[in-house]
Write a protein that binds this ligand. Structure first.
Ligand SMILES: *Cc1c(COP(=O)(O)O)cnc(C)c1O
Length: 361
């Protein structure tokens, strides 16, 4: 009898490690390990969730039309070219399922998001890593990593966990140079934190091989509800729609997302506070001798002298109830990724690192 075996690739997957949220024996915990919005969702989104509860015995609508219309209206996009998923992670999964399989390659950057290789392996495809230049996406390295087997190229812009981003001309050059049959996926999880950046919309509109994803998990503070979306050529949307489960999003999720995306004042407040506190945090860290690259996202990647120091700082912060993210699994063992908190939260991080340094003297 043949043994029970999973599909090719599945056993290559290293389980995703989420950001830690508890510290043994510490009650006043500040979680800065998952790039969550310190202010939570818009009050209007919370209200919409409360109101949607009354109808949970009903199946949700399957085409997400009201949500797609709201997103389309706010971002000036054709709702027919939007697809919604259980987090943008699900949209990335649709792309892998629909376009990659055994023998195909999925290219991502050296310090790219951990979900890219997981999703590639899940469909039996081979993840291929393109090196970065000083923690910045390198278009030449990405193009060099492409072959006729390349089906998808994932870049997050700004990237997680580096916080760096590349300009529109560079992205266009990448799209121009891709092999035929490959799709460039612009993961815009942090695009909304960048003032005046369209997340790649103009490039998606100009080409037939570029797709963009966005999420309600970061700027909109709805990570716990799992809502994301993608925007791309109609042909790709038609393909992805065939594998999307008809009831992947609940009415609660959709109602929250509609209220959140329509609350522009709240989104603008969150973006402005993030920009302000990110600059403050980076400046204070630099004053303590801790460098970081210029971040365009809602976190800062702090670089320490070596792995031992990064680990010691992490432990020290944890002992004070401050949880940040070790990023050794992203190839950055001497770094800590610190989500930009509110003012008090950022102050706690800086005080914690200062007290670490004082204790060492
Ligand atoms: C957080 C994040 C996502 C978003 O995930 P959701 O599934 O929408 O919560 C996608 N890509 C990157 C790079 C991220 O950091």
């Amino acid at each position: 009898m043949a043994p029970i075996t999973p599909q090719p690739g599945i056993m290559e997957i290293a389980l995703y490690q989420g950001g830690q949220s508890h510290v043994e024996g510490v009650s006043d915990v500040l979680k800065l390990s998952s790039n969550e919005n310190p202010f939570g969702p818009s009050p209007k989104a919370k209200q919409a969730i409360a109101e949607a509860v009354a109808e949970v015995h009903r199946y949700p609508n399957t085409d997400h039309a009201p949500l797609r219309a709201a997103i389309g209206e706010v971002h000036g996009l054709d709702p027919e070219r939007i697809i919604c998923g259980v987090g943008s992670d699900e949209v990335l999964q649709f792309l892998c399922q629909a376009y990659a399989g055994p023998g195909d390659e999925v290219v991502h950057t050296e310090h790219g998001f951990a979900m890219y290789p997981i999703l590639a392996h899940a469909v039996g495809a081979t993840p291929v890593v393109a090196r970065e230049r000083e923690r910045v996406t390198d278009v030449d390295a990405l193009l060099a990593a492409c072959t006729e087997r390349t089906k998808l190229v994932f870049i997050a812009n700004p990237n997680n966990p580096t916080g760096t981003m590349i300009g529109g001309n560079e992205i266009a050059r990448l799209a121009d140079g891709l092999p035929e049959g490959a799709i460039l996926v612009l993961d815009g999880a942090y695009a909304e934190f960048v003032e005046g950046y369209d997340g790649g919309v103009s490039l998606v509109d100009a080409r037939d091989n570029v797709f963009m994803t966005r999420t309600f998990s970061k700027l909109y503070g709805l990570g716990g509800l799992r809502i994301g979306w993608g925007y791309g050529p109609k042909e790709i949307i038609d393909v992805l729609s065939r594998i999307r489960q008809p009831f992947n999003l609940s009415e609660i999720q959709m109602a929250a997302a509609i209220a959140a995306v329509r609350d522009r004042d709240y989104a603008e407040f969150c973006r402005a506070e993030n920009t302000r506190m990110r600059a403050w945090l980076a400046r204070e860290l630099a004053a303590l001798g801790v460098p970081s690259d210029t971040s365009l996202a809602n976190f800062v990647l702090a670089r320490f002298a070596d792995v031992a120091e990064a680990e010691a700082v992490d432990m020290h912060l944890k002992s004070r109830g401050v949880i940040v993210r070790r990023v050794a699994s992203y190839g950055l063992p001497n770094c800590l990724r610190i989500t930009v908190g509110d003012e008090a939260g950022c102050q706690r991080v800086v005080d914690g690192i200062r007290s670490f340094q004082e204790a060492r003297r």
